[in-house]
Design a protein around this ligand. Sequence first.
Ligand code: G3P
Ligand code: MG
Length: 347
Amino acid sequence: PLSTPSTPPKSNTTDKYAFAFDIDGVLIRGGRPIPEAIEAMKVLNGQNVYGVKIPYIFVTNGGGKTEQERCIQLSKQMEIEVSPGQFICGHTPMREMAAKYGTVLVVGGEGEKCRQVAEGYGFKDVVTPGDIIKDNPDTTPFRKLTKEEYDSSRARDFSKTEIEAIFVFADSRDWAGDQQIILDLLLSKRGVLGTRSETFDDGPPVFFSHNDVVWSASHDLTRLGMGALRLSLEAMYKAVTGKELNTTAYGKPQIGTFQFATRLLQQWRKDTHGIDAPPETVYFVGDTPESDIRGTNDFNKTSENTWYSILVRTGVYEQGTKPKFEPKFTADHVLEAVLHGVEREQR
Ligand code: G3P
Ligand code: MG
């Protein structure tokens, strides 16, 4: 041949390592970016002394909106382009449950958003607490639907509906009302509202998208999260029935979430960077020892890849205390965490 085929220019994206980030308390606080986070994203995108680009994904326990919507928001906040292909929130793995259940109750979040998320996952028949209150306002003596809620809620005859499972997708905006409705279902005969089981053991299962008792929002001190609702519900159930309530939580620190994240990262590296082998190291940067550090460390024990935990001081973890779960490294903020990983790789 007259000419040899030209080889594509060598990419300066590293195939050796990658980053995964928690969001609240690491990149964002109360809807506002943590300034060092924007700088950290620049470092990942090649603005570092080595000129190397580093693949990354996001793994948050938060939720309440579609992945698409959350990515648009995060893109603006971090001044980068974030794709749903590199993003997992607490309820993302719940989509695998869509085929298993018929009618489900979805709890939490703003307005109709979580219903839309669940329907987007393929859940066939999604009921919200608003639907139940619209059908029977006596359900929640102290909660009245606003006009907007009333208009968007879908009333039906719940005495003829079997609710097969309960999913808490995002933080409840009305603990009293939502807990009343969940409790009614747990005490019912096979999820039919208005009935009472004699044994209290044929109610629907309850799934939470995560188990964070506290999280880092705009207030200086941590705020109650979904894990607190879970504790409250379990205590209430025990007080009413004398029995233990077993519920299931998704999200970090569950191993399943890290397995899901590993698959996502693999696909992301392949599709976007043409890398078809697992990274040697995944640096996970989080602020909550109980979720982020615990999960990373536990997963590291089971996986062939090395997940490396980094704890930052910008969120739930309080400076000066000993974290319940020991990270491999502690940084003041996410920029220091990223630079630590990059330097460690160049050694
Ligand atoms: O509700 C969200 C919160 O509990 C944690 O979010 O990003 O810190 O995992 P994140
Ligand atoms: Mg966090």
